[in-house]
Design a protein around this ligand. Structure first.
Ligand code: HEM
Length: 506
């Protein structure tokens, strides 16, 4: 398409977008829900732009005003409805997909219709992948050791400044792919780089595409995103392996001797019909990589930046890991005994693991969605929860703005002592592990779409942090200073150039 045609199409689409926005602006159901920020037709456009830089403050202001209610904020081309308070957050999380749709809510991040309408890979992650974590742990651990050695490249006893985010990405991509498809591909630099590139591209192009009116997006998306090129590259890496595995299943049946215990096998246990082809399986592997790499590497980056800024937590964690390893060795079960490591991650995720809003959904029920407080969010609207304000609310946490790495391990200990002193032994399970979701703890979402990969993420990340405290000394570039997060709209990411100093443990 040449430039003039694109311009005309852009003009037309803008007219359609403005008319649709006007209709939404005047929608009776919408106007019953209060606006935070400007409510005028044109001034709210301005607010939509301001949101890109000031979402955190705006959402916090809405939360302060309506801590148990719903408010609206202007986006460039629509309203976002923001839900606050534990009760309503629970209602959003538990609403069926046929009413509040997850895949429509994250439209620009999805990988096409096949993935949105048949999300069988999620089932494979939730069941086989999670069940096999115990058995596959030695491989995961082996990859962590090799990846840290290869990627950090530390010599002697010198301190080395490491840029945390890209380093975490490189380690996480490698360790995750050891579980997903094993050696040797999990160490193939070009394959891993393509996965990282694809992941970054999907998130970055989603941002750019969202700056266009919805009606224009299908036309501009191919110019903005290089998703298709990354897919073709992934197919070149994975195609021969996938063809071989499909041929083996066809020839020898689903349980052939020596069948690897990996994500390809777990996918093939469920995949049917058109899904049993190399391109379709490549798309599932890429999607899983995308869901896993970005999130887990940001979580590890945040934890390292927190640890460098709060070095007083390092020695107690090192002592804990040493004790547990003496008693249990490097096993998945041993990670359950590392209460301080677990607590440190949960606290790091509480403070930095989510933007101002999360759990984005789109209302796809024609009658809209009614919350128990009577508020109705109309058909077609985007609705999300005020996640960061919930994490910083003193009604949910004592001293909420303070980084207290062991707040959850202390609670766990206190609960254990309570149980020990109760005659009946009221064994309430501890509900604040890293993997436990809650309406006031939302880094993994909550309810029906809560992250199915969190059990693997926690295993991988806790093993990585335990490895770090056992083998390295780390400190901040500037004592006590955490490089500031990067904010874009409702997305908060750790500083991409933030560094931490590493040296071999002395
Ligand atoms: C620290 C690491 C991770 C974080 C913080 C994280 C966070 C999230 C969040 C917030 C959601 C959306 C929940 C909602 O809207 O209710 C989600 C969904 C998802 N995550 Fe994760 N995730 C992580 C790691 C992983 C890993 C390792 C995998 C794969 C092995 C994975 C696979 C998925 C999938 C497939 C979904 C979509 C679920 C659905 O559609 O129902 N995630 N994750």
């Amino acid at each position: 398409m040449d430039g003039t045609k694109l311009l005309i199409l852009g003009g037309l689409a803008l007219v359609v977008a403005v008319s649709l926005r006007k209709a939404l602006h005047d929608n009776k159901l919408a106007t019953a829900i209060p606006v935070v920020g400007s409510s005028g037709f044109f001034s709210s456009y301005w607010d939509g732009y301001k949101y890109l830089a000031h979402a955190t403050e705006l959402i916090q202001a809405g939360y302060d005003q309506y801590p148990n209610g719903i408010f609206r904020v202007a986006q460039l081309f629509h309203w976002d409805y923001i839900v606050c308070g534990n009760k309503l957050v629970g209602e959003l999380g538990n609403a069926p997909e046929s009413v509040l749709s997850f895949s429509e809510g994250v439209e620009e991040l999805t990988m096409g219709r096949a993935i949105a309408t048949n999300a069988y890979h999620i089932h494979a992650i939730r069941t086989s992948l999670t069940r096999n974590l115990h058995r596959c742990f030695p491989d995961v651990r082996d990859e962590i050791v090799c990846a840290f050695d290869d990627i950090l490249q530390l010599q002697g006893s010198e301190w080395k400044a490491v840029t945390v985010l890209p380093t975490s990405m490189a380690i996480v991509a490698r360790v995750s792919n050891r579980l997903f498809l094993g050696l040797p591909l999990c160490r193939d630099k070009a394959y891993l780089q393509n996965n990282i590139k694809f992941t970054l591209d999907v998130f970055q192009s989603a941002r750019r595409i969202n700056l266009w009116p919805p009606s224009m997006r299908p036309f501009v998306a191919p110019f903005i995103s290089s998703k298709d090129r990354s897919f073709d590259a992934a197919l070149k890496f994975l195609g021969p392996l996938l063809e071989e595995r499909l041929a083996k299943e066809n020839e020898l049946g689903p349980d052939w001797p020596g069948k690897p215990n990996d994500l390809i096998s777990w996918l093939l246990e469920i995949a049917e019909g058109d899904e049993r082809t190399a391109p379709a399986l490549t798309l599932r592997l890429l999607s899983t990589n995308m869901a896993a790499i970005h999130t887990s590497s940001m979580a590890f980056t945040n934890a390292l930046l927190d640890l460098a800024a709060h070095p007083e937590f390092l020695l107690p964690m090192r002592e804990e890991v040493e004790r547990v390893l003496r008693e249990e060795g490097w096993t998945k079960a041993a990670l359950n005994s590392m209460a301080k490591i677990d607590s440190f991650f949960r606290e790091s995720q509480r403070l930095n693991g989510t933007g101002p809003v999360g759990m984005m959904r789109r209302v796809i029920a024609k009658e809209g969605f009614q919350f128990s407080n009577g508020a109705v969010v109309p058909y077609g609207a985007f609705v999300a929860v005020a996640s960061r304000p919930a994490h910083y609310d003193s009604a949910n946490y004592d001293n909420p703005a303070v980084f207290d790495g062991f707040r959850f391990s202390r609670e766990r200990e206190a609960q254990k002592m309570d149980v020990d002193s109760t005659k009946e032994g009221d064994l309430q399970p501890f509900k604040r592990h890293m993997i436990s979701t809650a309406v006031d703890h939302l880094p993994f979402g909550n309810g029906k779409h809560a992250c199915p990969g969190r059990f693997f993420a926690a295993t991988e990340l806790k093993a990585m942090l335990a490895h770090t405290v056992m083998n390295y000394d780390i400190k901040a570039e500037v004592e006590g200073v955490r490089p500031p997060n990067k904010v874009y709209g409702s997305v908060i990411t750790p500083n991409a150039t933030g560094k931490v100093l590493f040296r071999k443990r002395q």
